[in-house]
Write a new protein. Structure first.
Length: 419
């Protein structure tokens, strides 16, 4: 099986697919799957633009809407995770994963699927220590705070991934696992990313949650993006243990290293996305403690036995099959010939894919629950810290180093929280 991996998409689907088709032509081969490591920007219309965490001056419709509308169809099956620049209102509809457009599959806030017999897992968002232990309290329409916190990784999703026991072939995260630079040529990295050096020396560059998952899951391949550069590493898990080949890639800009094609051993096919039995069992087991307010999950409240969940899911899959539910549009598509008022859109629609998925697992729909206040109490550290204005409209969206300043605010807050 031949797989292409892309770093940060930033909504530039047209150019990525054209590049891949060009590679297929000049190399006389077929690419079976595209993986994207976040900042996909699945923006369908003007309302989604309001949920995109970038300075207003630089919000652009880009090209995803063409694929959502059916004007274009992804020529290669595509799987992506979320990053920190997403249409978060749309991705929340598909919290458990699902088709964002025909042939384009979102892995969910956390998830595992199979493509042929290759097992692919992923974690959306970026790590922020202040929000990690909280629940998913954010709901659209977002305010200036929640439009950023909504994409912060939560312990609940990581905990579910930590339950995986069967081998993972490929894992995707947006930010890098903390400490990954120890396993590659970090001195070469800081030659052109000098501001990384202090964090590398301090051991604070990257995601602590991703580092835990790397240590537990030990996938054959791990791909990331976020820092807008290419970096490779080889992680040896114990003496004589398995190896993880790590690769981070850039964003889609001409002349930058944003794509990598590799081959992985696989069965004869068919090469199509299917639900993963173990992940469905984990989802079923932990859905009863899904934290939907600022309160953290009560992991001691889980009652279901994993083996019972596995057997139950297996019988359901034998009856229905493992293909995901079909794509369904839940919002009007952007029309470049018309100007649409934001008020014309309905708030927080239920996605039929998510409804069908939950009905299949015999679970309640919880994503629009709002039974108590979702406001997060500020810690003394976060109240005292006054960092740069992250909503400044003077940040050029295509300047990599300036974009990274948005994340330096999170990093500074993390360090205060640790102190």
């Amino acid at each position: 099986m031949r797989i292409a991996v892309e770093g940060c998409m930033h909504g530039d689907l047209d150019n990525v697919y054209k590049t891949l088709q060009y590679m297929e032509t000049i190399n006389n081969y077929k690419i079976d799957l595209l993986l994207c490591c976040g900042d996909f920007q699945a923006v369908r219309n003007e309302k989604d633009m309001e949920s995109l965490s970038v300075p207003r001056k630089y919000r652009e419709m880009k090209s995803f809407w063409k694929y959502y509308s059916g004007q274009e169809v992804a020529p290669i099956p595509t799987i992506f995770i979320g990053g920190n620049h997403e249409a978060s209102n749309y991705l929340w509809e598909l919290y458990y994963g699902g088709w964002t457009a025909p042939n384009i599959y979102f892995l969910g806030f956390a998830g595992v699927v199979k493509f042929g017999n290759v097992r692919i897992g992923g974690l959306s968002g970026i790590y922020n220590a202040r929000h990690y232990h909280l629940g998913h309290y954010e709901r659209a329409p977002y305010n200036e705070s929640t439009i950023r916190s909504v994409y912060h990784v939560r312990e609940y999703d990581v905990h579910k991934l930590m339950q995986l026991e069967e081998p993972i072939d490929i894992f995707l995260s947006h930010d890098w696992p903390c400490g990954i630079t120890d396993h590659g040529n970090w001195k070469e990295l800081v030659r052109y990313k000098q501001h990384f050096e202090k964090e590398i020396q301090d051991g604070t560059l990257g995601s602590e949650a991703a580092a835990q998952l790397l240590e537990k899951l030990k996938p054959s391949y791990w791909f990331s993006a976020h820092l807008h550069c290419k970096f490779s590493a080889l992680v040896q898990h114990g003496e004589g243990g398995p190896l993880t080949r790590f690769l981070a890639l850039d964003k889609c800009i001409p002349g930058r290293r944003f794509l990598q094609v590799f081959e992985i051993e696989s069965g004869p096919g068919p090469f199509e996305i299917q639900y993963d039995q173990e992940w469905l069992a984990i989802t079923r087991k932990f859905n009863s403690i899904f934290p939907l307010t600022s309160r953290s999950a009560n992991f001691g409240g889980v009652q279901l036995d994993m083996q019972d969940c596995r057997q139950w899911v297996q019988s359901k899959l034998e009856n229905r099959g493992a293909k995901p539910f079909e794509f369904a549009r839940t919002a009007p598509c952007f029309d470049p010939s018309k100007s649409v008022s934001i008020g014309a859109f309905s708030e927080n629609p239920r996605n039929p894919q998510t409804e069908s998925f939950l009905q299949f697992l015999e679970l309640p729909y919880l994503l629009d629950n709002a039974t108590e206040s979702r406001e997060v109490p500020q810690s003394p550290a976060s109240m005292n810290y006054r960092g740069p204005d992250t909503d400044s409209e003077e940040i050029p969206i295509d300047d990599v180093d300036e974009l990274e300043e948005l994340e330096e605010v999170d990093d500074a807050e993390n360090k205060i929280e640790k102190s």
